[in-house]
Design a protein around this ligand. Structure first.
Ligand code: ADP
Ligand code: MG
Length: 420
């Protein structure tokens, strides 16, 4: 059916955009043709449109499986607010009460719903499965598909049940989307969703505007961070720490140094958290000190730095977290502090866990350590991790390329220090 559809027209009419980004058009055509599709695209690349647009064109309702309950309402509101979008999107998740769920179902029965967002735990509910059996489904979109894999950075066991549930409800093409591109995750997704033959669309994961640096974590780390922030006055930044306690301590230290900072972690109540998020977006706060609970779905285009106070648990997570910097294409400085001691601490945390999980955890950690200790171009290493070869020898935008570590004797070192 794709030949007859003028996709640019549809793009303009529904979304008001003039052209497609990257592979969007080819991806959409593949979905319209009824094929299984696998989309690997970095954060901010425009994955949502790859299922939203075909859902509006195809007969029936597309089922969108997404783990981000907090963002579902917002996404649905955006679509319903588009021209010709009124009432075409709904969601089902645990935040809805019984009568709201009934309302959604009756709207779907009335036949206007083109997109239904469902949390995985709602998809597996028997009532909902029975109901969805009666619905004409255009295709299934599995967003944040890396949640299927233990090798990803956000494993959700319910994601493993998606394929069996789809088979119960009724087969239709599947489009899986993720910003996680490691081979292991990719293989897991295909196997678990049973889409071995899916057409794969992979964009480059290079973010040329991001500067990567690893610094040894010395005693004066707090001082270094304060200095860095003072050198970037009024700029938005995120500082990630592993422990909630450290998050709170560091936020206090920054505030005591006249920096507009706030703490964010899952232990704070939800009204405090959403106020902090809003304050950050509105720029009442410059710096958020946070655990990794902060960030998924936060779309602030002009975050200028992301600092890792502690070494992250995996390179995958590191890439996702640093990816929140410079989404507008402008400068984004990504600085990680690394101490061998922290590795030991992280390994200790894993001790109580099942053996298989420990093995995975240790391997991911070793890869992060290798990255931190290497003198090879950081970009090259990160891209290699995602199965992409970076051809240039010098990216010009990481510490190892800007200040190559060469073996020098004492006299040369002194000369370099004197010249600096
Ligand atoms: P992802 O899910 O890949 O992280 P999103 O789907 O959230 O990315 O899209 C990121 C941003 O890009 C959104 O603000 C979206 O409106 C915008 N966008 C998507 N496609 C286009 C396009 N063709 N032209 C302009 N902006 C687009
Ligand atoms: Mg997305």
């Amino acid at each position: 059916m794709t030949k007859e559809v003028n996709l640019i027209d549809a793009l303009k009419r529904y979304f008001g955009f003039d052209k497609f980004k990257g592979d969007q058009e080819a991806i959409i055509r593949n979905v319209l043709d009824g094929n299984d599709t696998f989309v690997l695209m970095p954060t901010g690349g425009g994955k949502s449109l790859c299922y939203q647009l075909p859902s509006l064109i195809m007969p029936g309702t597309a089922i969108v499986i997404s783990p981000l309950i907090a963002l579902m309402k917002n996404q649905v509101d955006v679509i319903n607010g588009m021209s010709e979008g009124d009432g075409v999107a709904h969601y089902l998740n645990s935040s809805l009460n019984k009568s709201a769920v009934e309302q959604v179902k009756s709207d779907i029965r009335a036949g206007k719903t083109k997109l239904l967002y469902v949390a995985p735990e709602s998809l597996t509910k028997e009532d909902n499965v029975e109901f969805l059996k009666t619905v004409k489904i255009s295709f299934y979109a599995v967003d944040e598909a890396h949640c299927i894999s233990e090798w990803g950075h956000d494993f959700r066991p319910e994601y493993r049940r998606i394929r069996p549930i789809i088979s119960q409800i009724g087969n239709a093409p599947v489009i899986a989307l993720t910003a996680t591109a490691t081979d292991k995750v990719r293989t897991d997704i295909k196997r678990s969703l049973g889409i071995a033959d899916a057409h794969e669309f992979k964009s480059s994961f290079n973010r040329p505007n991001l500067y990567y640096e690893v610094r040894p974590k010395t005693k004066d780390v707090d001082k270094q961070i304060i200095m860095f922030i003072k050198q970037h006055p009024g700029k938005s930044g995120i500082i990630y720490c592993l422990a909630r306690k450290k998050v709170e301590e560091l936020a206090e230290i920054l505030k005591a140094n006249d920096i507009k900072a706030a703490a964010y972690h899952a232990g704070l109540d939800s009204s405090t958290r959403s106020k902090t998020q809003d304050d950050f977006l509105m720029e009442n706060i410059d710096v958020i000190v946070a655990t990794i609970a902060f960030g998924m779905g936060i779309d602030k285009p002009d975050v200028r730095f992301v600092i890792h106070y502690d070494i992250p648990k995996s390179l995958e997570g590191y890439y996702q977290e640093t990816g929140r910097a410079g989404r507008d294409g402008g400068e984004g400085k990504c600085i990680a502090f690394y101490a061998k001691k922290d590795l030991k601490k992280l390994e200790k945390f894993m001790e109580g866990k099942p053996v298989a999980e420990q093995d995975i955890g240790r391997q991911l950690l070793q890869e992060t350590a290798a990255y931190a200790e290497s003198s090879v171009c950081r970009r090259k290493m990160l891209l290699h991790y995602f199965g992409e070869e970076y051809e240039q020898d010098n990216c010009g935008n990481c510490d190892n390329c800007k200040h190559p570590k060469t073996k020098i004797d004492g006299k040369d070192a002194l000369l370099i220090i004197l010249k600096a």
